[in-house]
Design a protein around this ligand. Structure first.
Ligand code: SF4
Length: 304
């Protein structure tokens, strides 16, 4: 996927949300050891990679999710992190979305020139339940950063978010149910409570997917297909577009890049019903959705 940068791969389970980690699931399917942490071959320097015409593969203005098969603040990755920060600094024209469960490690892992945060980097913490929300979000709120967000996924319990939205630092909240072997149910009431808290503070809330098992008004829904899950999430009407995130992207000279020169995501017809669309970096024209619709009714999930 063109919107994911995995400078390293592999991780150690850390909290309840890790129980059914998809990276472990996929590595096991491949017969690899998911706890082995290593820099990715061919992917480590993705933000600096260029096309044959010399232009960067990652266009100015794209939103790149970082470390989706590991954790950016994992101790085992300390030796490589400085290079990763340097690439994010060099590509000050690209948006980088960082997510961690190791909130207490962020401060010591920030680059020396972080100051009060970089305009092109959003720090997010995972809040899979109330306990982890109360543990990690206060740490995030105390950190210097230009952009902050929360990921309530896999949502495995209720999260009381309202107190953490009051001071306006949290700009975005994503939420989704769990998938893969042993997936725990997600409840509509939990998602609605978070959605209501975000609406009340005009904070963007994105309900990305229901997860395999979803409860609503005492009724249990089982949806193995991710396409069905994202469509159900979209149809729930719980997502909300709040105050836009004001990314200030700069070119190599430090000059702010005019909006019209920035990447604009494009979407396909079926994206209209996708719960992830509000925060998606757009279609990569990989054509997989055509294959899938050709094989409609399959319930296999695929993660590239
Ligand atoms: S932190 Fe993320 S990648 Fe690491 S084990 Fe937990 S869920 Fe998996």
């Amino acid at each position: 996927m063109h919107d994911i940068w995995n400078p390293w791969h592999g991780c150690k389970k850390y909290s309840e949300g890790c129980a059914h980690c998809y990276m472990y699931y996929l590595d096991r399917m491949r017969g690899s050891d998911p706890t082995e942490v290593y820099p990715t071959k061919g992917g480590f320097d993705y933000p600096l990679q260029s096309r044959r015409d010399g232009r960067y593969k990652v266009q100015s203005g794209e939103l790149i999710r970082v470390c989706m098969t590991s954790d950016f603040f994992l101790p085992e990755a300390d030796q490589w992190r400085a290079e990763a920060w340097a690439m994010m600094h060099e590509r000050s024209d690209v948006k980088f979305w960082l997510l961690t469960k190791r909130a207490e490690r962020i401060e010591q892992c920030l680059p020396a020139d972080w100051g009060d945060g970089w305009e092109n980097v959003m720090l997010n913490v995972t809040a899979e339940n109330g306990r982890r929300a109360d543990e990690r979000i206060p740490i995030l709120l105390r950190l210097p950063a230009k952009h902050k967000g929360v990921m309530c996924a896999p949502l495995i319990g209720p999260v009381e978010l309202a107190p953490y939205l009051a001071d306006g630092q949290i700009e975005q909240v994503l939420c989704g149910g769990e998938n893969y072997d042993g997936a725990r149910p997600c409840d509509y009431a939990w998602v609605k409570a978070i959605s209501d808290a975000c609406r009340a503070r005009n904070v963007t809330f994105v309900f990305t997917e229901t997860g395999t098992t979803f409860w609503k008004n005492g009724k249990r829904y089982v949806m193995p297909s991710k396409r069905v899950q994202t469509e159900m999430a979209y149809r729930s009407g719980l997502s909300y577009l709040g105050k836009p995130v004001e990314w200030r992207l700069r070119d190599r000279l430090g000059l702010e890049i005019p909006q019209e020169e920035l990447y604009v995501p494009h979407f396909r017809a079926h994206c209209k019903l996708c719960g992830m669309k509000l925060t998606c970096n757009g279609c990569s024209d990989c054509g997989r959705c055509e294959d899938e619709s050709a094989g409609a009714g399959t319930n296999s999930d695929n993660y590239a």
